[in-house]
Write a protein that binds this ligand. Structure first.
Ligand code: SAM
Length: 171
């Protein structure tokens, strides 16, 4: 009984930590997935990373539409990690993998494209200092809805009428 309680407290702790960590608790809208894919324009050899993945909707869409690119996503909530693992298994895609852990501790050097749906303070104060030192000249960040305040990357804003903004940042 005691072990069961500890297990549930642990599970709740992990769930809570991921909740307060960085991002709004809503996913990218389904009818924006094509727009995101078109803005990202992944080349076949490129490596894509989605930080804070939820149920992996975005990464699965990108993986299906870019079968020669490498797709990774990282999730901190054990609950969503397990759901995403199951979704990968049943997708039968072999260009995709998931990492369980804290996205802000990941080494970003090997990725070409980073996709986030994070709060403006998170991406400006926590993410920018990390990507600021990435040496890959092809590197770009795509941020759904929210702007990252910085004077290092060139910002392109995509905002059709009645749709959310998508921001692209590149050198
Ligand atoms: C807004 S949802 C992500 C939505 C998804 N990217 C999309 O656009 O559909 C936020 C997710 O980030 C996860 N998360 C929060 N902090 C994290 C961290 N430090 N590292 C990895 N994942 C984190 C939460 O568990 C949650 O599943």
């Amino acid at each position: 009984m005691q072990y069961l309680e500890i297990f549930f407290y642990l599970l709740f702790g992990l769930f809570f930590f991921s909740f307060v960590s960085l991002a709004p608790w809503i996913p990218t809208k389904r009818n924006d997935l094509r727009r995101v894919n078109d803005i990202i324009k992944l080349k076949s050899w490129e490596k894509f990373l989605e930080m804070w993945c939820w149920t992996a909707k975005v990464s699965l869409f990108i993986a299906k539409n870019n079968p020669d690119a490498y797709i990774t996503w990282i999730e901190l909530s054990l609950f969503f990690y397990v759901i995403s693992k199951v979704r990968i298994f049943f997708s039968w895609l072999d260009n995709i993998k998931i990492i369980y852990g804290n996205a802000l501790k990941l080494d970003l050097e090997k990725y070409d494209v980073l996709y986030v749906f994070g709060l403006p303070e998170t991406i400006t104060n926590k993410l920018f200092p990390k990507i600021n030192s990435v040496k890959n000249k092809n590197f770009r960040l795509v941020s759904y809805c929210f702007k990252m305040t910085n004077d290092y990357f060139k910002e392109i804003k995509y905002k059709p009428e009645n749709r959310f903004a998508i921001y692209e940042y590149k050198l």
